[in-house]
Design a protein around this ligand. Structure first.
Ligand SMILES: [Cu+2]
Length: 173
């Protein structure tokens, strides 16, 4: 009787051990609560985020802006449908354009991927507008940029935080 009991408990432990093993599908997506959220970097085989940076507004409460380079591999397809940046409630893709000598910007719903062609987010072109910041970021900090593909896949990178005008809190850009 006692022996059966022991075997049963071992079996239960073995089962519990099994469920601790990460599911291969789960490791490919974002952990619910990474230990160091700003250190996480996730790429897909076809996409990677480089040189990500967030520029804080000169006037507190105004939108901040994020720039980066999205490298697009030869087999990439689909589109980027969403963007999130840590410490901001809302983020939108925008595109700046010169129209009749005036710089205007308009929201962009999704970014179509062209195989092999990087998408550059830089002043005067594509940028990510960041709204409703929680006010906790300072120059020299890091935060996380997450892009969501139409397939639901995510591309994540850590971004440097710069003050207005690109001051990196002593760091050189
Ligand atoms: Cu904008």
């Amino acid at each position: 009787m006692r022996r059966t009991c022991l075997i049963v408990s071992l079996f239960v432990i073995a089962l519990a051990g099994c469920s601790d093993k990460p599911d291969p599908d789960v490791t490919a997506s974002i952990p619910a609560q990474p230990a160091h959220p700003t250190d996480v970097a996730i790429k897909t085989p076809d996409l990677a985020l480089a040189d990500a940076r967030v520029q804080l507004p000169a006037v507190p409460g105004r939108p901040a802006v994020a720039y980066f380079v999205l490298t697009v591999g030869p087999d990439a397809k689909g589109s980027i449908v969403g963007v999130n940046v840590g410490h901001f409630a809302r983020a939108e893709f925008h595109q700046s354009k010169m129209e009749g000598g005036v710089m205007t910007m308009a929201p962009v719903d999704q970014l179509l991927l062209t195989p092999g062609k990087p998408i550059v987010f830089a002043p005067g072109g594509y940028h990510v507008m960041l709204f409703d910041g929680d006010g906790t970021l300072n120059p020299g900090d890091r935060t996380q940029v997450t892009l969501t593909l139409d397939t639901g896949e995510k591309v994540i990178a850590s971004a440097k935080v710069a003050g207005p005008g690109g001051d990196m809190g002593g760091m050189k850009m």
